[in-house]
Design a binder for this molecule. Structure first.
Ligand code: NI
Ligand code: MN
Length: 227
């Protein structure tokens, strides 16, 4: 059974058969996440882009656990330079593991580190963990090619931003769901800060009315088990 844990903002861990994939591990400084979970030992840490609210504690977790960080070339090299174990890849790449694969897909945003260094292109990730397909959009605007992301294999759970200002807002996120056609959607990147306040219930109501898709609202630190 697949289990998904929301740590607030855009940080999730997904688990199956004792394997954990950690995405955008923003714990320190994230008002809804708290501390880095003590026991976390991910198979892989996925980082969508270099902004502090996504790269987060990735380097520290990788240094502590030697779990590799999978990111685009420039960001992976930056993480290596800070002592992390990093695996560079790029958009279009489908990286295979014993438990499944991770594909890097486009995101329309920017990417630099807190030090102002160029961190390559921002990305989203399609993740197949055993038999479950996840999509984490990262930070992005709406774009028509989202229709291609769910085509090769239907997405079981899509994690998409709804907070606006730096990413899609609710209106665009509803359109994104119509293009992605996932079985379920979880909104993210909202309410962490005042600038990205959004009403998740409004998003959920629109999804129920306008898309053939389940909407799962997760409070930070809550888990959801997929049947
Ligand atoms: Ni960003
Ligand atoms: Mn962000």
């Amino acid at each position: 059974m697949s289990k998904i844990t929301y740590h607030g903002h855009s940080c999730f861990s997904i688990e199956e058969n004792g394997k954990t994939v950690l995405i955008d591990p923003f714990f320190t400084g994230n008002p809804s996440a708290g501390k880095i979970p003590e026991k976390i030992k991910p198979e892989i840490i996925l980082v969508t882009h270099g902004h502090g609210d996504h790269l987060g504690d990735a380097v520290e977790i990788s240094r502590k656990t030697s779990s590799p960080i999978l990111a685009v070339f420039e960001l992976a090299n930056y993480c290596s330079s800070k002592g992390a174990n990093a695996l560079p890849a790029h958009m279009g790449g489908k990286i295979k593991f014993e438990w499944g694969w991770v594909k890097l897909v486009p995101a329309h945003h920017s990417s630099s580190t807190n030090e102002g260094l160029y961190a390559g292109n921002p990305v989203g990730f399609v993740i197949k963990l055993y038999n479950t397909v996840y999509y984490h959009a990262g930070d992005t605007a709406l774009f028509g090619d989202m229709a291609l992301i769910g085509k090769p294999e239907q997405i079981d759970v899509a994690m998409i931003p709804i907070g606006g200002h730096f990413t899609m807002d609710i209106e665009d996120a509803v359109e994104a769901v119509k293009l992605l056609k996932p079985k379920a959607v979880i909104p993210m990147h909202y309410n962490t800060f005042d600038l990205i306040k959004a009403d998740a219930d409004e998003f959920k109501n629109r999804i129920i009315k306008e898309a053939e898709c389940k909407c799962i609202l997760l409070e930070p630190k809550n888990q959801y088990e997929l049947q």
